[in-house]
Write a protein that binds this ligand. Structure first.
Ligand code: FPP
Length: 247
């Protein structure tokens, strides 16, 4: 099965360079089984492993995963701590395997809001995977799209005030360089799981022309076949970036 979809992706040729994912539905997955929410997140971590492998295999160059939003800090303390614990576990357990696969991990967001143990574990996986040339994995942790834009605005105001930059010099390129995603191409494809049709404050600037693929599959059930399905869906789209197609 996997071989068949992967083959079609390769034949089509236009693999999305940058895929972003809103991993949603862990809680519902757990509830449907009468399990506590944290076990849904734990199962979600397995899906992360599966999708990273699948993305490398398909030739995706950048995979960006929404692991923890600025809004998630408002969840019950027990759940926040379970999620931080899982990030630590992931960072400790997956480093060697990611290095083997050539995956370079980056963390984007306000990691300073996380506790020291989480920060250290996450920084260690970033250090340990540096130089991996197969794929870049962006873990968005304590990330919010509006916060990111506000932060960029503050940085640029500071440059105007302190470095004498002219406000007119602030074009899209300069603004994009003040975001966490500095230097990265915008996502070509955004996947959201669990049947929700929302952006939920994710990459608000960067998603301007991104193709959206929404699926009912809950994140813990999402596997590489679902990823390949999303890529095939993307490959069937016509991207115009606001222009018309020349016949
Ligand atoms: C949304 O499900 C998911 C999250 C808030 C966290 C995503 C975290 C993981 C997939 C596991 C750890 C991640 C890494 C990178 C190791 P939800 O709780 O909002 O589900 P619900 O909408 O069904 O309640």
């Amino acid at each position: 099965m996997s071989g068949e979809r992967l083959e079609r992706i390769r034949v089509n040729g236009d693999v999305p360079e940058h895929v972003a994912v809103i991993m949603d539905g862990n809680g519902r997955w757990a509830r449907a089984r009468g399990l506590p929410r944290h076990l849904g997140h734990r199962e979600g971590m397995k899906a992360v492993r599966e999708v990273v492998e699948g993305a490398v295999e398909a030739g995706v160059r950048i995979l960006t995963l929404f692991a923890f939003s600025t809004e998630n800090w408002r969840r019950p303390a027990q759940e926040v701590s379970a999620l931080m614990g899982l990030l630590q576990l992931y960072a400790r357990k997956e480093g060697a395997e990611l290095r083997r696969q050539g995956v370079e991990v980056h963390v984007l967001g306000e990691l300073q809001r996380a506790d020291a143990t989480t920060r250290d574990a996450v920084n260690a996986i970033v250090e340990g995977t540096r130089g991996g040339g197969a794929m870049r994995l962006n873990l968005m942790i304590s990330y919010g799209g509006r916060e990111e834009i506000l932060r960029a605005a503050r940085l640029l105001v500071e440059r105007v005030e302190k470095e004498g930059m002219e406000p007119d010099e602030i074009d899209e390129g300069v603004f994009a360089d003040a975001l966490f995603t500095r230097g990265l191409p915008d996502p070509d494809l955004l996947i959201r799981t669990s049947g929700e049709y929302r952006i939920s404050n994710f990459m608000l600037w960067q998603l301007a022309y991104t193709e959206l693929h929404m699926t009912d599959v809950l994140w813990p059930d999402f596997d590489r076949e679902d990823l390949y399905e999303a890529i095939l869906d993307y490959q069937g789209r016509e991207r115009r970036f606001g222009r018309v197609t020349v016949a």
